[in-house]
Design a protein around this ligand. Structure first.
Ligand SMILES: Cc1cc2nc3c(=O)[nH]c(=O)nc-3n(C[C@H](O)[C@H](O)[C@H](O)COP(=O)(O)OP(=O)(O)OC[C@H]3O[C@@H](n4cnc5c(N)ncnc54)[C@H](O)[C@@H]3O)c2cc1C
Length: 470
């Protein structure tokens, strides 16, 4: 039997590793923490272990502290590093720094925390895959792929983002092709092309832009097509005064059609005063979780069907210099953005033929390319995720999809709601798996708050259990 209560964290990206750091900061009880992570580097995960220094953060440096109660922590860290002197000037707060620099920051936080463990707390890091979790009245047993299983009192699923879903086409066998890349975050997606080949990127968001940059860095000189159903292109970040007047008019109970009316009125107002419409989206951001939590299912479905894409464009913006670069590529005909729906993709020895229905004309058109990269964003419907742990937990009813199929069903604090609607005594989740519950559950400004609360809640529950057993 374990002497100390054990907290297992599955996944060692930002969420898993900062939850661990927060447990070390907050723990005043004896504790064993076991972090199990597969595939990606610990702490940096997919996002901040980027292979290309031109991949930059999409959040300004001033908002990227890993700690909600120390908002300047990242800025101060950058300022303390002679190697990043070039970034330290009056622009630093608003700058979009390379993601690899942010990765170094996270590594240092993690290493410092591990090297300075509180008395009575032990940490074990295991590079392995958790295949399954068995839950009983005494806690959980985690089944690993390579190592022995182990027991834990609490388990946090910090699983991050899954690979994108393959678009629905007739010829599904294309997805086995060596010329199809469904992991847009690995460098293989942009390697091995002839410089005059043609590439289709499916998706027109920030990951598409990362891939365009990486292709150019590899000396690629051919044509790049980027296709999404709407053909929206990300907007540019602009310096402007915050606009918060809309907040005076937004009060519960929230209802999507009245919110939309208020929203439209303020967009009209800001545009007529020379302010960009994104200012209104930014103003609402602190209230987004509260609004989402209280919307009816019907309203959430309406939002997903009619507003989600526009919201995404306004929320996930590009630094101005990158936006300008992309505009130049479009002007020069090197990058073409297409609005349309893919119907089919076939290939022969020579090339790939992509058939799509163009949005504007509704005509069926064809593209001839040499590679297809899927940048449509992470898959969210757990039933379609090809991960042993997710399938096993679903099968046992220990987790289920939230009502929007955007992640795992849970309480807003991350406590998992099981398939029979009961509250799991053992399983918790954090990060993108909470998107269906909170909507904004993607970027560091909200994830750092989740990590702090999750750590506090787990410690509190373990303390209560100890007191009850005393
Ligand atoms: C390309 C990209 C760029 C981004 N840029 C920014 C940005 O600039 N600013 C910002 O605020 N946010 C950004 N984000 C959002 C980003 O997702 C979060 O900020 C954060 O990195 C997510 O961390 P995570 O721990 O949830 O997921 P991840 O970093 O994906 O970590 C999850 C880890 O869990 C592991 N895992 C999953 N299942 C198992 C299992 N069964 N067993 C063991 N291990 C498992 C995975 O392999 C992975 O290592 C970006 C995201 C991406 C994808």
């Amino acid at each position: 039997m374990n002497q100390k209560p054990v907290i297992a964290i599955v996944g060692g990206g930002f969420c898993g590793s900062i939850t661990l750091v927060q447990l070390l900061k907050q723990s005043d009880i004896p504790l064993e923490i076991v972090l199990v992570n597969k595939n990606n580097p610990i702490t940096t995960g997919i996002a901040f272990s980027s292979y290309n220094p031109k991949h930059v953060l999409n959040v300004p440096a001033a908002k990227m502290s890993a700690f909600p109660d120390d908002p300047d922590n990242f800025l101060n860290w950058v300022k303390s590093k002679p190697e990043y002197r070039e970034y330290v000037n009056e622009e630093l707060n608003d700058r979009f720094l390379p993601r690899v620099i942010y990765g170094k920051y996270l590594e240092e936080i993690f290493d410092n925390a591990i090297n300075d463990l509180p008395e009575n707390v032990t940490v074990k890091i295991i590079n392995d895959e958790v295949l399954d979790v068995n839950v009983s009245s005494s806690g959980a047993e985690l089944i690993l792929k390579e190592n022995k299983s182990f027991k834990a009192d609490k388990v946090v699923l910090a699983l991050g983002n899954f690979l994108p879903d393959d678009p629905r086409i007739q010829n599904k066998s294309f997805y086995q092709s060596k010329r199809y890349f469904n992991d847009p975050w690995r460098k293989q997606a942009v390697e091995g092309l002839d410089e005059s080949d043609k590439v289709l990127i499916i998706g027109t968001g920030l990951t598409m832009v990362d891939n365009v940059y990486s292709l150019l860095d590899k000396g690629f000189n051919g044509k790049i097509y980027a296709l999404s159903t709407n053909g929206y292109f990300p907007l540019s970040h602009k310096k402007r005064k915050p606009y918060t007047d809309i907040l005076d008019e937004i009060h519960p109970p929230y209802e999507i059609s009245s919110l939309f009316k208020i929203f439209r009125k303020h967009i009209k107002y800001v545009l007529s005063h020379g302010i960009t419409g994104e200012a209104v989206v930014d103003a609402i951001r602190p209230k987004t979780q509260e609004i989402w939590l209280s919307l009816s299912l019907d309203d959430k479905i309406k939002f997903m069907a009619h507003i989600r894409h526009l919201w995404g464009v306004a929320r996930h913006r590009l630094p101005k210099e990158i936006f300008d670069h992309m505009q130049n590529l479009m002007r020069d005909g090197k990058l073409e953005i297409i609005g349309g729906r893919i119907q089919d993709i076939r290939e022969d020895n020579e090339e790939i033929t992509v058939t799509y229905k163009e949005r504007k004309s509704q005509l069926i058109k064809e593209l001839k390319v040499n590679r297809v990269i899927n940048c449509t964003g992470p898959k969210t419907d757990l039933n379609r995720v090809d991960e042993a742990l997710v399938s096993n937990l679903l099968k046992k009813g220990l987790i289920c999809c939230d009502e929007m199929k955007l992640g795992i069903n849970a309480l807003p604090d991350g406590t998992i709601i099981q398939n029979d609607n009961s509250i799991s005594p053992v399983l918790y989740t954090i990060g993108s798996m909470l998107k269906g519950i909170l909507w904004e559950s993607t970027a560091v400004p909200e994830l750092r708050v989740q990590a702090r609360s999750m750590a506090g809640e787990l410690i509190k529950q373990l303390e209560q259990k100890q007191e009850a057993n005393a």
